[in-house]
Ligand binder design. Structure first.
Ligand SMILES: NC(=O)c1ccc[n+]([C@@H]2O[C@H](COP(=O)([O-])OP(=O)(O)OC[C@H]3O[C@@H](n4cnc5c(N)ncnc54)[C@H](OP(=O)(O)O)[C@@H]3O)[C@@H](O)[C@H]2O)c1
Length: 346
């Protein structure tokens, strides 16, 4: 397809996040001129349905980015490290979903509702934060603006799809096998995911924290611009297909603001929806967050154990707001602010 508008490439178009980019470009307004779909050699020659056409998937190579204005990368960190510089060299702005550049001081790490201005200083690459981190900062930002926060303790309940399309399939297949009494096959995850949960499947270092937990600590500080914010995370994989949830304890520097003020600040923040019906026992659930743009937040309550802290619980679609939607919003932001290529000439 070719029409007036931006030439967009999706590296990782066949994956869980890439598929969602495709859907966003199909269903939502975007000045799209041309679309290039890129994946591994395994997918070369396949087609993906887009706006009534079957678009070919090409192998991601050094020659994939000629004429590309915006390149969404969701093909893993190794591919981003190798090909994002190639894409920027060819003149594209890269919006990268991997962790390859997130903590690079020269690369903005952006959640458009939280730190949009950081995006404008890009030099060709903008990093999309870790999915659990995006959901977390969406609720921390309004709370921090209400009154400065000192410390955050978060525990996650992370869906299988956070580990990609094959991991989703593994949960479905293990569930079917379990119910039929058949052997459980483990390919993607190190442990059985059906009817089980386990510590996040990333490497643990000498601190005892795993990589996902360290990302939540470091990326939250960078996005909020608070290098000394105390953050402790425990990341757990649960047998949910889609949408992550998080239990969050937030401690204020000063006295805890009244709960009504906390609730109002959350409700007024774009992209956050308060779901907090104590009488009906209706609170955020991954089932309701799946396919939704908003991060759902509820169980908002004073922490009985601490005079300056509040507790809450959130659910959010980590493939949408935690990945593709956030990247899509960054692209819109750059277009609206005229910053698609401006910063690259510095
Ligand atoms: N899933 C999430 O919730 C989520 C959230 C935030 C960030 N992310 C990040 O987004 C990235 C993609 O995640 P995903 O969940 O979409 O994974 P996925 O479902 O496993 O998809 C991976 C994609 O990368 C492509 N790919 C793999 N090896 C490649 C190679 N050598 N050359 C070119 N393309 C290659 C795959 O193409 P083939 O189909 O040809 O193999 C596929 O399109 C990862 O960096 C991940 O950390 C994911």
């Amino acid at each position: 397809m070719s029409q007036p508008g931006y030439h967009v490439a999706i590296a990782g178009a066949t994956g869980a996040v890439g598929t969602e980019f495709l859907r966003l470009l199909e269903e939502r307004p975007f000045p799209l001129g041309r679309l290039s779909l890129l994946a591994s050699a395994r997918s070369a020659g396949k087609t993906l349905r887009f706006m009534g056409d079957d678009l070919p998937v090409h192998e991601l190579t050094d020659r994939s980015f000629e004429g590309v204005d915006i390149a969404f990368f969701s093909a893993g960190g190794g591919r981003s490290k190798q090909f994002a510089p190639v894409a920027t060299e060819a003149g594209a702005v890269v919006i990268d979903n991997s962790s390859a550049f997130r903590m690079d001081p020269a690369v903005p790490l952006v959640v458009p509702e939280v730190n949009p201005d950081d995006a404008l200083a890009h030099r060709g690459i903008i990093a999309n934060p870790n999915c659990s981190t995006i959901l977390l900062v969406m609720v921390l930002a309004p709370l921090h603006r209400l009154s400065p926060i000192r410390r955050v303790v978060v525990s996650t309940y992370q869906a299988a799809s956070g580990a990609g399309a094959q991991a989703m399939l593994e949960l479905e297949e293990q569930t079917a096998a379990f119910l039929q009494g058949a052997p459980i096959v483990k390919d993607v995850f190190p442990h059985q995911i059906a009817f089980n949960l386990f510590s996040h499947n990333t490497a643990i270092d000498e601190t005892g924290y795993n990589e996902e937990e360290r990302k939540m600590v470091n990326e939250t500080r960078k996005i909020l611009g608070e290098p000394d914010l105390a953050v402790s995370a425990t990341c757990i994989r649960v047998p949910i297909l889609r949408a992550h949830s998080e239990s969050v304890n937030v401690e204020y520097v000063g006295p805890r603001p009244p709960l009504d003020a906390v609730r109002d600040a959350l409700a007024a923040f774009p992209g956050v929806r308060v779901v907090d019906d104590r009488q009906a026992n209706r609170f955020p659930m991954p089932l309701h967050a799946s396919g939704e743009d908003d991060v759902l937040v509820g169980r908002i309550r004073d922490d009985m154990s601490h005079p300056s802290a509040v507790d809450l619980f959130l659910s959010g679609d980590q493939i949408l707001k935690g990945a593709a939607l956030n990247g899509f919003q960054i692209a819109h932001l750059l277009i609206e602010r005229g910053a698609l290529k401006g910063a690259m000439t510095k």
